[in-house]
Write a protein that binds this ligand. Structure first.
Ligand SMILES: C[S@@+](CC[C@H](N)C(=O)[O-])C[C@H]1O[C@@H](n2cnc3c(N)ncnc32)[C@H](O)[C@@H]1O
Length: 224
């Protein structure tokens, strides 16, 4: 409902103001709905199904490459969702913290952890606002959560020599059924991860040209 209200206000404002879309902050003022509240509501609704919408198995790239992260070290999972990747790493002996804006997702992640008899630290919060201490994680993973304004913060939360594993869809995926209405900024431009993590050591990069899904995946290491 909130989305509908926001969208209607957006349309009205778009038509009335010489074709220039209004900014997110103006939209917040007009609608009275904060951007983050709306994000949380949307994700809570998506996750309210009984089943795990992304499954319980880890992303393939993580399952194949997790050993780039030093054994038993601390890992932060940003936009953890229902915990498929966090729980996998905890099973492998890592100390995992996960953060997600959706309380419904976090509840399911806790259930998944219990199912496998392991523990994770799960935080319900927006990563845009949450303040982790600088240099507090040996590794940070981000799967299918694209927010370019976070990259410098992510780097600062890593310890020296820390590892980032990041994967998201590339723009070609937007032509696939089910993705057309997603905001364009959720998709990576071609080769974008290589520029996003400029200054870090690239340990692995994949951007398959063919396949069921168009995605890019990277593993980088902080140098200091
Ligand atoms: C496409 S899902 C990916 C979930 C998980 N990483 C996975 O691969 O299964 C994106 C996730 O980002 C979360 N998210 C969106 N905005 C967020 C924010 N500002 N802070 C924290 N999490 C957020 C959503 O709730 C959702 O769980």
């Amino acid at each position: 409902m909130r989305c509908l209200v926001l969208f209607s206000i957006f349309l009205i404002s778009f038509n009335a103001s010489s074709r220039k879309p209004i900014s997110a902050s103006r939209l917040e003022k007009l609608s009275g709905v904060k951007h983050n509240e709306d994000t949380k509501t949307t994700w809570d609704m998506r996750y309210s199904k009984r089943s795990f919408i992304y499954g319980k198995s880890p992303a393939k790239f993580l399952a194949e490459n997790y050993e780039f992260i030093p054994h038993a070290s601390s890992v932060l999972d940003i936009g953890m969702g229902e915990g498929r990747n966090a729980v996998f790493l905890a099973q492998k002996g890592y100390k995992v913290t996960g953060i997600d804006i959706s309380s419904v997702a976090i509840k399911k992640a806790r259930i998944l952890a219990k199912e496998y008899n392991i523990s994770i630290q799960a935080i319900v919060a927006s990563v845009e606002k949450y303040k982790f201490q600088p240099k507090s994680f040996d590794a940070i993973i981000v799967f299918y959560y694209v927010d370019r304004s976070l990259i410098e913060k992510i780097k600062s939360w890593l310890k020296p020599n820390g590892i980032i594993i990041y994967e998201a869809h590339t723009i070609k995926q937007r032509n696939k059924p089910g993705f057309k209405n997603d905001p364009i900024e959720y998709f990576l431009k071609e080769q974008e991860l290589l520029t996003m993590f400029k200054g870090m050591k690239v340990l692995k990069y994949e951007e398959p040209e063919h396949g069921k899904e168009y995605r890019a995946s990277i593993i980088v290491q902080k140098l200091n």
